[in-house]
Write a protein that binds this ligand. Structure first.
Ligand code: ADP
Ligand code: MG
Length: 340
């Protein structure tokens, strides 16, 4: 494969190259890449902003993460934060720092993934920053979104009696990570052995190509359901439920049997002798939405097959707990559960 050194283009040449086909889609984008700053008109809406930093060797491993997937994921995880505010993402800025190990072709792959995500979620890439770095790769994405005034949803509005809901399935990304880490170890010990990931497409996909739950946010709006609190599940269900309880000053009860775990994830967990529920509670990077709704929205909510009702909110005096399939009650702790 061809390899073009970044220094043949220079910094400005590289920025021009990476943004050569960048087109804007949003009417709100008044000025995009190319000036000192971008200009956005939010037409009377409120603006929501979130930033994430991804560091090579900390947040991703280039041994098993294709650059295109990394680009896609780095955008999607930021959009997930915007959706988690009940807002619609409209713009992103992307900043990168990279060593001379990265060629123009490699950065092109990264940007291909980023543009694919921007296309799919209808957001404009309106700027960023570019730097070299002594080693590795650092990616920082800032996502901007809009929301009808005061329709944003925080982590602090859950109240006693509310139902706790979660979208999609949990634990898959953690199991995908476990699988890829295992295959990496085997590969490093005996480089001839090619990993067989064929049968584990679901869990590997959950880790390497996550999606943000735009569909769920749109469905909630169409059905006139405004969650009382919401956040995305990036660190594992336990830790996120604890955040909502702390910020809403309430307790919670979860039912193990209601926690949605995909069959492929469950099967793989059994293969490794892991507890699938523990993977859902403590694993991370699922990027599903966790939210609470008023009981009066229950009848409407159950019509959405992408969402599971997994428990309810209690008074603050009660510690957040989980009731197992066997009927035992445990306290939720950040890394899963624990005897009360
Ligand atoms: P400044 O010196 O003011 O920081 P730059 O030369 O870094 O300006 O950036 C020029 C333009 O290119 C700006 O619009 C900036 O947002 C955009 N830009 C810089 N780096 C990137 C990048 N990696 N991806 C997308 N846009 C970028
Ligand atoms: Mg700059």
């Amino acid at each position: 494969m061809e390899r073009t050194e970044v220094n043949t283009l220079g910094e400005f040449g590289l920025i021009d190259h990476l943004t050569r086909n960048n087109e804007t889609k949003q009417a709100s984008t008044l000025l995009s890449v190319g000036d000192d700053a971008a200009v956005i008109d939010h037409f009377g809406k409120q603006t929501v902003i979130s930033t994430d930093l991804l560091v090579d060797g900390v947040h991703f491993d280039l041994m098993y993460t294709p650059l295109k997937h990394l680009g896609y994921k780095s955008i999607v995880v930021n959009l997930s934060d915007i959706y988690a505010m009940n807002a619609t993402p409209t713009h992103v800025t992307v900043s990168i720092a990279f060593s001379n190990r990265f060629s123009v072709e490699a950065l092109d792959e990264l940007y291909e993934g980023m543009y694919a995500a921007c296309e799919k979620y209808n957001v404009d890439l309106i700027g960023g920053d570019t730097s070299t770095s002594p080693k590795g790769l650092v990616i920082s994405v800032t996502a901007i979104g809009e929301v009808t005034p005061n329709e944003f949803v925080t982590r602090s509005g859950a109240k006693k009696g509310d139902l706790i809901c979660v979208s999609g399935h949990l634990g898959g990304a953690y199991l995908g990570l476990t699988l890829l880490e295992r295959e990496k170890k085997i590969f490093l010990e005996s480089p001839g052995v090619q990993p067989d990931l064929e049968n584990e497409a679901y869990i590997v996909g959950k880790l390497l190509k996550p999606e943000a739950r735009k569909d769920v946010i749109e469905w909630l709006a169409e059905n006139n359901i405004k969650p009382t609190s919401m956040m995305d599940v990036s660190d594992g269900l336990s830790s996120e439920v604890l955040h909502i309880c702390k910020q809403s000053q309430c307790g919670a009860v979860l039912y193990e049997e209601k926690i949605p775990i995909h069959d492929d994830a469950r099967q793989f967990a059994y293969k490794l002798e892991l507890d699938p529920t523990a993977c859902a509670l403590s694993g991370g990077e699922d990027y599903e939405l966790l939210f609470t709704i008023d009981q009066s929205d229950y009848e409407k909510m159950v019509l959405n097959e992408e969402v599971s009702v997994i428990g309810y909110i209690t008074e603050p005096e009660k510690k957040p707990t989980i009731i197992t399939k066997g009927g035992n009650t445990y306290n939720l702790v950040a890394q899963g559960w624990q005897h009360g």
